[in-house]
Design a protein around this ligand. Structure first.
Ligand SMILES: Nc1ncnc2c1ncn2[C@@H]1O[C@H](COP(=O)(O)OP(=O)(O)OP(=O)(O)O)[C@@H](O)[C@H]1O
Ligand SMILES: [Mg+2]
Length: 280
């Protein structure tokens, strides 16, 4: 990873509403996986969370093996055939809803040839009134649809795969944000590493390189290891935490850490506290 220039646009979050795009220059680094598990962890901490799948491939619903459940999605809202309320899917977790990408029919291909930034602003603005936090799983890359969503988001979280090729292309993350007009740039809430392989030195060197070359404050303390538990979760169509209610895989708990860090970085209000007491 080459040395990245310090961001001129990391500012304190001032917006009351948080609309957070999860983005990366490289595909397959875990955006969808992290979006789902992070959204769940934030919801379990007592916040209402709306997770929007903005990838035409509809991978959030694929992750929970429920593609057939979506009648319509955010791209139908974008083209004006549906509204948010009729498109939302509730989950078993109180306060956690998912807005799928598409329904049974794909939108016409020319939808992707136009600039919908203003429409995304309206949709995400409306979505932000329905939950404490809106998370958006974006398609790979920093341009195209992702560029438009970034321009309509208040914050961005970057995902860096702890792998050499991902590291080499990660400069595109800052370049993609720089390509936005300054007034449309989301605040960088941070970057975290996914798929860290502690026994593989090329993977560890990405971690070291990220510590050395990302601008101060970007890198989350929490990183997610490469784990076979994700395969199992995909197989069962569940978030990690729900693989086993009583004894989920250890990596599932890291999403609680990630959520706590994200909440701090996003300056989210603390969720309502239960009275503290130990002995009955
Ligand atoms: N920490 C991890 N350990 C092991 N496998 C992982 C991990 N994170 C994600 N994966 C797996 O890597 C694959 C790609 O993940 P995912 O689909 O979340 O990436 P993505 O960035 O959303 O991809 P795309 O750019 O295509 O949208 C999936 O099979 C997922 O289960
Ligand atoms: Mg994805």
């Amino acid at each position: 990873m080459s040395q990245m220039r310090p961001p001129a646009f990391v500012t304190g979050a001032t917006e009351a509403r948080r609309v957070v795009a999860i983005a990366s220059p490289k595909g397959g680094c875990g955006k969808t996986t992290v979006s789902l598990n992070l959204a769940l962890a934030l919801a379990r901490q007592g916040r209402s969370i709306l997770l929007i799948d903005a990838d035409i491939n509809g991978d959030i619903l694929s992750s929970v093996n429920a593609r057939q459940r979506a009648e319509a999605g955010v791209f139908d809202i974008l083209r004006g055939t549906h509204g948010i309320q009729q498109t939302l899917l509730k989950t078993m977790v109180p306060g956690f809803s998912i807005l799928p990408a598409v329904g049974k029919r794909l939108p016409p291909p020319d939808l992707f040839l136009q600039d919908h930034t203003e429409r995304w602003r309206q949709i995400l603005g409306e979505a932000s009134t329905l939950a404490d936090l809106v998370l958006i799983d974006t398609p790979a890359g920093m341009f195209g649809t992702t560029h438009q969503i970034l321009a309509a988001s208040t914050h961005v979280l970057g995902v860096l795969q702890a792998e050499v090729l991902a590291s080499r292309s990660f400069s595109r993350f800052a370049e993609g944000l720089d390509a936005l007009p300054p007034e449309a740039r989301p605040t960088i809430a941070g970057v975290f590493l996914n798929m860290v392989q502690m026994r593989q030195s090329p993977s560890l060197s990405v971690l070291q390189d990220a510590c050395a070359s990302l601008p101060a404050g970007w890198l989350f303390d929490t990183s997610i290891p490469h784990s076979p538990a994700f395969l199992q979760a995909a197989d069962q169509g569940l978030p990690l935490r729900h693989l086993d209610e009583l004894a989920p895989p250890a990596v599932a708990f890291l999403f609680d850490n990630l959520a706590a860090e994200a909440a701090q970085r996003l300056e989210l209000q603390a969720a309502e506290r239960k009275p503290r007491q130990f002995l009955l």
